[in-house]
Design a protein around this ligand. Structure first.
Ligand code: XLS
Ligand code: NI
Ligand code: NI
Length: 435
């Protein structure tokens, strides 16, 4: 039985670029083959339960604006209604993946035993709803930042009882993710950092966080979860400083605790910008280290400079992001999660559908442009040419020699390098042919 929330909205279909329907895919055709693979299997779109269904439209200056039929979210009956609405939306969009935090699914109960039993109850219900649909779980995660118990951190809390509560919570969330066939498990530590160094023992906190993550990996193997463990870099917000600052910081952290072969990264566009990078920088760096796992495809507002979690709408930027994803071989367990929310004035059910449809189309255009650039090979050829000198035997041999030998060779051969153009504008023009 339908909840009626999306009454009047039909299943969204691919109608091609000339369609003038407000709710049709113009570029996202799940079955179109791109570089030998269906577009749906490349992009692996996921809906974020927290922004789409749990967020009520509040901001720091005002309360909820949405007033959905399942608000307030304080009982299990309304938690089930929220799930019913979610699965109706997945059907309308064409069965994408979804992602959750424990607290998005059911109300926080205020104690661990009830948190666990209600999580089991609601995820059993999700499991029933998934039966016979094409909807799959991209990842689950624990919200260890909203409730007041987490105010000084979860794994990095000075109080070991909070560490214990966090470990118990993550075990429950990993079990639920595993039960639902989740393809990844994510850790994003919004409070794993500090507000002031005056009360913070950074070394101890990072050791506790490293050990916590090792326990997550150990537990993954113990239960036979074959998904990927992902950490999500973000420099700050809500904490003043977060230990998972950016991709480079996370890689160093994972290496320090011996987890570089076990954990990959979930990289978010908005977080990359907050860290002072570009999205493609973060993706390219993770790919270079073999740690590119999954992406959160939500942008920030460039004026407010805050993590505003908006749906993507910049095709050139998205194209360069997928260029690095495709170049790295594409997603395996990962996908494209819209960790994005409506603006709080966008009240209608149709706004929620339109936001996802538009975002999926932007990603489809980006993916196709990225694939076309890779197939054309222009950027790769330019790279190969720029680094061609390193193919010479004496260049390779130099890497195995030493400063004195190199100096002798420079003197002997009179080496005096001639600068060559980096051709940036020509390469930018090249990219603009495709986007
Ligand atoms: C917050 C994060 C969060 C993670 C999941 O900024 O993006 O939503 O994706 O905890
Ligand atoms: Ni975010
Ligand atoms: Ni995110």
């Amino acid at each position: 039985m339908s909840t009626g929330f999306f009454d009047g909205i039909d299943r969204v279909r691919y109608e091609g670029p000339d369609s003038d329907s407000p709710l049709a895919y113009r570029h996202y055709d799940p079955d179109e083959i791109v570089m030998g693979k269906r577009m749906e299997d490349h992009l692996r779109f996921a809906v974020a339960w927290w922004h789409s269904f749990a967020w009520e439209g509040g901001d720091p200056f005002g309360g909820p604006t949405f007033e959905r039929p399942w608000h307030p979210q304080d009982d299990m009956g309304r938690a089930r209604m929220k799930a019913d609405v979610a699965f109706e939306m997945f059907e309308i969009l064409g069965q994408p993946f979804y992602c959750w935090h424990d607290v998005d699914l059911r109300p926080e109960q205020g104690n661990f035993a009830d948190n666990l039993s209600t999580l089991e109850e609601i995820t059993d219900y999700l499991g029933e709803k998934m039966q016979g649909t094409g909807t799959r779980l991209l990842w689950g995660t624990a919200n260890m930042f909203s409730h007041r118990r987490w105010m000084s951190g979860a794994a990095t809390n000075p109080d070991p009882d909070v560490f214990a509560f966090a470990a118990a919570t993550v075990k429950g969330c990993m079990d639920a993710t595993h039960k639902l066939g989740g393809q990844n498990y994510v850790l994003w530590g919004g409070r794993e950092g500090y507000e002031t160094l005056l009360n913070t023992d950074m070394g101890a906190e990072m050791d506790h966080m490293g050990r916590f993550l090792s326990m997550v990996v150990e537990y993954k193997h113990k239960i036979g979860f074959d998904g990927t463990i992902l950490v999500e870099p973000k420099p700050q917000e809500p904490s003043k400083h977060q230990y998972d600052f950016d991709v480079a910081t996370c890689i160093g952290f994972l290496r320090k605790y011996g987890l570089e072969g076990e954990v990959k990264l979930n990289i978010e566009q908005g977080h990359a910008i907050l860290a002072g990078h570009s999205f493609e920088h973060e993706l390219a760096l993770a790919a270079a280290e073999g740690m590119l796992g999954s992406i959160d495809m939500n942008r920030n507002d460039y004026q407010s400079g805050w993590d505003t979690d908006q749906f993507p709408n910049n095709v050139p930027e998205v194209a360069l992001a997928y260029y690095h994803v495709l170049k790295a071989g594409g997603f395996t367990t990962g996908g494209t999660n819209f960790d994005a929310k409506l603006r709080r004035q966008s009240l209608d059910a149709e706004d929620l559908i339109a936001a996802h449809v538009g975002a999926m189309d932007v990603c489809a255009r980006g993916l196709k442009a990225a694939a076309a650039m890779l197939e054309d090979g222009g950027l790769e050829a330019a790279l190969a040419e720029r680094y061609a000198g390193w193919q010479r035997p004496e260049a390779q041999a130099m890497l195995d020699s030493d400063l004195a030998a190199i100096q002798a060779r420079v003197l002997d051969e009179g080496i005096n390098p001639a600068p060559r153009s980096g051709r940036q504008e020509r390469l930018e023009n090249y990219v603009n042919r495709f986007v």
